[in-house]
Design a protein around this ligand. Structure first.
Ligand code: KIV
Length: 271
């Protein structure tokens, strides 16, 4: 999409200002041009090209299989649909955990090959070196704490994280460390609302919650969940704004019927 000089783009600086002004930040996932274009025009602040693409686009059980090349493909499609929103791209599993040089190389590939505006990484102290090196190179990094789906085989379950004091304390310390390393925001996934409130109050950078309560500085949902495309996933935190699955099914059944009944195409729908 060509640059429209009239449009004031959302930047990482805008998000900081929004936190300071107590204006909540809206974020949604997208993985392709057409939906990104709709979400951007609707006024969403941040579009996350999540590695949840592995689940909702490719049908994998976890986020682990998606590759850096596949993330770049999704992200570049999203970037072409966006004029205003900030586009954040997940670094996929295996592309940054090895060492900080590997992390930097992966982040550089995302920025150069997709045109995304920032990257997101899961983890705290374990990835701090990589975060710092990427930020020092001039690439904005969003952190991600709490339920970190790339570690699902370590957790063994998708239940709420950091309910115990030791894990809550580590999460709090990690959030401060990520801020110190230069992260511009942190996603808090599936943690108690009271913990998310404390963390949000103790950080100067914004927190974006998913299943982390209303005290976070912003909220994110996976588009397939909030639009009701994926109807099997019904966690307590999810608000479903549409039932697209039902609407699409009805539309396609109507189309099939019209073909079978020889109603489509009619005289006006042909040359
Ligand atoms: O990959 C993703 O969609 C995410 C969100 C759930 C925050 O990381």
């Amino acid at each position: 999409m060509s640059i429209n000089k009239e449009v004031k783009r959302i930047t990482t600086h805008t998000l900081l200002k929004m936190k300071e002004a107590s204006e909540k930040i809206s974020m949604i996932t997208a993985y392709d041009y057409s939906f990104a274009r709709i979400f951007d025009a609707a006024g969403i602040d941040v579009i996350l090209v999540g590695d949840s693409a592995s689940n909702v686009m490719a049908g994998h059980e976890t986020t682990l299989p998606i590759t850096l090349d596949q993330m770049i493909y999704h992200a570049s499609s999203v970037v072409r649909g966006v004029e205003r929103s900030l586009v954040v791209v997940d670094l996929p599993f295996g592309s940054y955990q090895g060492n900080s040089k590997e992390a930097l190389n992966s982040a550089i590939r995302i920025m150069k090959e997709s045109g995304g505006h920032a990257v997101k990484m899961e983890g705290g102290a374990e990835v701090a070196d990589g975060v710092k090196r990427i930020v020092d190179t001039g690439i904005p990094v969003m952190g991600h704490l709490g339920l970190t789906p790339q570690s699902i085989y370590k957790f063994g379950t998708y239940t709420v994280r950091a309910k115990e004091q030791a894990e809550a304390e580590k999460l709090h310390k990690d959030s401060l460390l990520l801020q110190e390393c230069g992260c511009f925001a942190i996603v808090l996934e599936k943690i108690p609302a009271t913990l998310a409130k404390t963390v949000s109050e103790n950080l100067t950078i914004p927190t974006i919650g998913i299943g982390a309560g209303g005290a976070c500085d912003g909220q994110v949902l996976v588009m397939h969940d909030m639009l009701g495309i994926n109807t099997e996933f019904k966690p307590r935190f999810l608000r479903q704004y549409l039932n697209l699955n039902e609407q699409i099914t009805q539309a396609v059944q109507h189309y099939i019927k019209d073909i079978k009944d020889k109603d489509f195409p009619n005289d006006k729908e042909q040359y």
